[in-house]
Design a protein around this ligand. Structure first.
Ligand SMILES: NC(=O)c1ccc[n+]([C@@H]2O[C@H](COP(=O)([O-])OP(=O)(O)OC[C@H]3O[C@@H](n4cnc5c(N)ncnc54)[C@H](OP(=O)(O)O)[C@@H]3O)[C@@H](O)[C@H]2O)c1
Length: 234
């Protein structure tokens, strides 16, 4: 697809990977709408990078509806790409896991992503084209100590991606799963402050590049799943 002139909705676009994708897409001439929970941070970042914004939490269906109301009103229901990027997670020992941990993480990484995709699909089916990108993780491919809740949520996102690929491919809707390895963002940081770039770790830019390159491929093809590793992790 041609990114220039396209309309892209990114959940969680106010920091880290979502912000980097937004910035790179705007640089390529796309119109971008970002969402997030911290309204002040969201507005500041949106103004900085030239994106539109809707203050919305993907774990609330009313906020998801509010986001798509914005798309209807401002973009006349024209949407080319949904990027399900907002995500939450933390490590917890198996014996300490509580019911609420699953609620906290699945509401964002699984239920929110699915409902965002549902509303986007309603638009894409009318247009007979569209793109959904799910930002999962290498935790969607392999479990690890302390990963019961987060890894389960990303395995679920990967499973849903495969379901949507089967269901939506006949409607020219491409569904792409991106699995980043560790990226130096504010993710899982208690203070929510972005970590400085490190030579041996991925930055958000590599994930933005992988995501947008996958989208830029001509619509006759699509990348079902892409995993990104750091070259020098040791
Ligand atoms: N960093 C890594 O090592 C890594 C590796 C693999 C995969 N990932 C995945 O990459 C995605 C982005 O993570 P990141 O590293 O860029 O993290 P980040 O820097 O913490 O950014 C997360 C973004 O999502 C927003 N967000 C969080 N919960 C939200 C919600 N319920 N509704 C709407 N927005 C929400 C945050 O803003 P607010 O807090 O203001 O809402 C922020 O803009 C996540 O899905 C994560 O699982 C990250």
């Amino acid at each position: 697809m041609e990114l220039s002139g396209s309309k892209i909705l990114i959940t969680g676009g106010s920091s880290g990977i979502g912000k980097a994708i937004a910035l790179m897409a705007i640089g390529k001439g796309a119109e971008v709408l970002i969402t997030g929970r911290d309204g002040a941070k969201l507005e500041k970042v949106a103004r900085e990078i030239g994106a539109s914004f809707v203050h919305a939490d993907v774990s609330k269906e009313s906020d998801i509806q509010k986001t798509f109301d914005w798309v209807k009103e401002n973009w006349k229901n024209h949407l080319d790409v949904l990027i399900n990027n907002a995500g939450h997670g933390y490590r917890k020992k198996m014996e300490d896991v509580e019911w609420q941990d699953f609620e906290n993480v699945f509401q964002i990484n699984v239920y929110g992503a699915a409902l965002m995709a549902k509303y986007a699909t309603q638009i894409f089916k009318v247009a007979n084209k569209g793109n959904i990108v799910n930002i999962a993780s290498t935790a969607a491919l392999k479990g690890y100590a302390g990963g019961t809740v987060y890894s389960a949520s990303k395995f679920a996102l990967r499973g849903m991606t495969q379901c949507w690929q089967a269901e939506l491919r006949p409607f020219n809707i491409r569904v792409i799963l991106i699995n980043p390895s560790e990226v130096t963002t504010a993710f899982a940081q208690k203070d929510r402050i972005e970590r400085p770039e490190a030579a041996h770790k991925l930055s958000s830019k590599e994930i933005a590049h992988a995501t947008l390159s996958s989208l830029e491929m001509d619509n006759r093809g699509f990348v079902p799943e892409l995993t990104i590793w750091a070259t020098n992790t040791f």
